[in-house]
Ligand binder design. Structure first.
Ligand code: MRU
Length: 351
């Protein structure tokens, strides 16, 4: 773990020697371990079990899963290879329903595969495209960081929820990328990270990666958001997103809606940072499937049981923050401000 520079020298997910290599995030912050996969089904399991998580990171992992699938296929004809890819896509897409980046990544690869004329061309196109998607992710985050950092001032104390950092992307991060860029531009900023129960992406991942980058971070329990805002300990909020609709409705880690509501109550600007690949311009709020995760995430912390046996549990992984609570949405193409239907449309027209 010593010397870990999560945002620069290490990649959350990477293509190496025809294999997918990723940091096993279930082991953080206690151990920095890498896992290596040569079967797309292993990638699907890794996404499902949160070995890799965060919307952009699972988008790229899905694309790498498809790259493994072309290598695994024995198909001799284009039609058979496309069939194998469709099968892999089905297995990969079923892993997590809410973050739209996964669908985006898989569809992008299918689109490229369909354009290939024969088996060897398709294999090359798929692998090259997946690798390019990983490289583009880092560039996108850095551009978004630079644009977003202008909204932050010297001495800001910024609250963030969950992990929208290097570990949720290939590197650098979305919301934490903006914070990194603010610091790199010479502004002194401090971060308050929520613990983010039940899976604790805030304490295990955000606190970990910011601490390793020398960014001042304090950890709070999720229940201290209201206290921190009421006491004037926070003056801006920034989070990432798993899916943003054309109306500006933002789906993100469970608890984001509470943070946004509390920010509104205290007149604190609430920003979202996400690439255009996180936007779903077709769905309405009621169409979005919120992933429901297993009860054991709530009835215990790690191996320790913290609830009685056989208790009923409701464990949604995401919630929806309505546009009226959001001050601005930072993307690599600019910052969308209310009214979002108009400003988001403009970002896509400029793309
Ligand atoms: O369940 P997770 O850990 O995949 O949830 C992640 C989040 O909700 C992040 O905030 C979101 O994906 C943005 S990541 C840049």
């Amino acid at each position: 773990m010593e010397g870990l520079k999560v945002h620069s020298s290490l990649k959350t997910v990477e293509w190496k020697n025809n294999k997918v290599v990723m940091i096993d995030q279930t082991k953080l912050p206690n151990r920095l371990e890498f896992v290596e996969f040569s079967d797309f089904r292993q990638v699907a399991d890794a996404i499902k079990n949160l070995v890799v998580r965060g919307a952009p990171a699972i988008g790229v992992s899905g694309a790498f899963g498809m790259a493994l699938a072309v290598l695994q296929s024995n198909a001799q004809t284009k039609d058979n290879l496309i069939k194998d890819l469709e099968e892999a896509k089905k297995i990969l897409i079923e892993t997590r329903p809410t973050a739209v980046n996964l669908k985006w990544g898989l569809e992008k690869i299918m689109g490229v595969a369909l354009k290939g004329s024969d088996v060897s061309e398709i294999k090359k196109l798929v692998i090259d495209t997946a690798k390019k998607m990983a490289d583009d992710d880092v560039q996108t985050n850095m551009t978004m960081g630079k644009l977003g950092s202008e909204l932050f001032d010297d001495n800001d104390v910024i609250l963030t929820h969950c992990n929208a950092g290097a570990l949720a992307t290939v590197a650098y991060g979305t919301a934490l990328g903006v914070i990194r860029a603010a610091k790199e531009s010479g502004k002194k900023v401090k971060v308050i990270a929520t613990e983010t129960r039940p899976v604790q992406q805030g304490s295990r991942l955000t606190a970990f990666e910011l601490k390793h980058d020398g960014i001042d971070v304090s950890l709070i329990p999720d229940t201290a958001v209201g206290y921190s805002m009421a006491k004037g300990l926070v003056n801006k909020v920034i989070v990432g997103a798993d899916r943003i609709l054309r109306t500006g409705h933002v789906f993100n880690k469970i608890g984001t809606y509470q943070v946004a509501t509390m920010a509104k109550q205290h007149g604190i600007p609430f920003y979202v940072a996400a690439p255009l690949s996180t936007f779903d311009m077709k769905s309405n709020p009621e169409d979005v499937v919120i992933e429901q995760r297993k009860g054991s995430e709530v009835t215990g912390i790690g191996e320790n049981k913290t609830a009685p046996d056989d208790i009923n549990v409701i464990n949604p992984a995401f919630d929806m923050t309505p546009p009226q609570l959001i001050t601005g949405i930072i993307t690599e193409k600019g910052v969308a401000k209310p009214p979002y239907e108009e400003s988001i449309k403009k970002l896509f027209e400029a793309n």
